[in-house]
Design a protein around this ligand. Structure first.
Ligand SMILES: CC(C)(COP(=O)(O)OP(=O)(O)OC[C@H]1O[C@@H](n2cnc3c(N)ncnc32)[C@H](O)[C@@H]1OP(=O)(O)O)[C@@H](O)C(=O)NCCC(=O)NCCS
Length: 311
């Protein structure tokens, strides 16, 4: 068996999608691979945002394993990592991890985070071997959007008169959540690919918050759903109120688009964020565990008002 590790290319995307669906549907015991996050594509959008952060392993010339990462400025998020089930337990995940860690080490990240299954000792052990340390639970939460009125000050990035100015304000806002945290690549990619919308919420002091939302074909959201990849409120005393308004903006946007469900995740270390989401009616559908390399709290702290999807 000839095994080769190499960068993932655009031509690999269809095979990488199959690898991802087959691996996860097998893991979850789903007989139909297309039923796993039906209609969602986490491979294409992620590869387009940061192709250099994606690796593949070929076995005898065909793709057998794939791993991607997200570049959020000073923060890297690793995942998803998948191996075709017929090759499980032959060391392919370790090959991908070795290659991804090499990419990470050439960048200047403050930390890399990942989302994994807290109930799986083998997943945890795999990542621990590469320097990741278990942190707190990430709650993936959901809610059918209620007929909220759009809050005052809501605008859409796709209609912005000064997109570069908006991107600068977003960068300043995320820098207040975590030094160097930068979602501009994600915002640009959604706009370029028509993968959803970035919501902009202003108040009398400027940008109060923004939400990077996937929905529709080719996006990371499942059919009929809206997936919030990242949303954050400007830090400070008014942050809880800004965050609650941002949640209302997210719901009103989903409602307008006739989407049946909003999917959002937060690390429970952001305890105030988690509480506001519970108060707003969000219910946890799945728990993951955050692992960090090096061990760090990052922005998973009570006074940080952010939601993000690390899956
Ligand atoms: C988890 C996964 C990537 C491991 O791939 P792999 O190539 O079999 O892993 P390796 O052979 O390199 O072995 C790495 C470790 O993973 C463990 N592992 C292998 N298959 C596994 C499975 N189905 N579930 C959990 N752990 C598994 C191995 O036991 C090994 O741990 P150990 O050596 O300490 O016992 C693969 O099983 C997979 O694609 N699973 C479904 C998708 C998934 O869960 N991805 C990770 C999301 S965080």
């Amino acid at each position: 068996m000839k095994v080769e590790t190499r960068p993932l290319t655009e031509a690999d995307l269809p095979a990488a999608r199959i690898c991802n669906r087959t691996a996860f549907s097998t893991f979850y015991g789903m007989p139909d691979p297309s039923a796993f996050r039906r209609g969602a594509d986490v491979i294409g959008p992620r590869w387009r945002v940061w192709p250099e952060g994606a690796m593949a392993v070929d076995v005898d010339g065909s793709l057998a394993a794939v791993g991607l990462m997200m570049h959020w400025g000073s923060v890297c998020i690793l995942g998803p990592l998948t191996v075709l089930p017929k090759y499980w337990n032959t060391g392919l995940a370790r090959r991908i991890m070795t290659a991804l860690v090499e990419v990470i080490e050439h960048e200047d990240f403050a930390f890399t985070g990942l989302f994994t299954h807290p109930q799986s000792p083998t997943h945890i052990r795999l990542y621990e071997d590469y320097g990741f340390v278990m942190q707190r639970i990430i709650a993936v939460m959901a809610k059918p959007p209620m007929a909220e009125k759009a809050p005052v000050g809501l605008a859409l990035f796709s209609e912005a008169a000064d997109p570069e100015g908006e991107l600068d304000s977003m960068q300043a806002l995320t820098h207040g959540i975590e030094p160097g945290l930068d979602l501009r690549r994600e915002v640009r990619s959604i706009a370029a690919g028509g993968l959803g919308e970035t919501l902009i919420l202003r108040d009398d002091r400027g940008l109060a918050g923004f939400a990077v939302c996937h929905h529709g074909p080719d996006s990371e959201a499942s059919e009929g759903q809206m997936l919030v990849k990242f949303a954050g409120a400007a830090s400070g005393a008014q942050a809880p109120d800004r965050f609650a308004r941002l949640l209302a903006a997210i719901e009103s946007h989903a409602e307008q688009r006739n989407l049946a469900k909003v999917i959002v995740g937060t690390n429970v270390g952001r305890s105030e964020t988690y509480r506001i989401m519970q108060d707003a009616g969000y219910i946890t559908e799945m728990n993951g565990i955050a692992m960090m390399r090096p061990a760090a709290e990052g922005y998973n702290r009570p006074e940080k008002f952010a939601i993000d999807d690390w899956r």
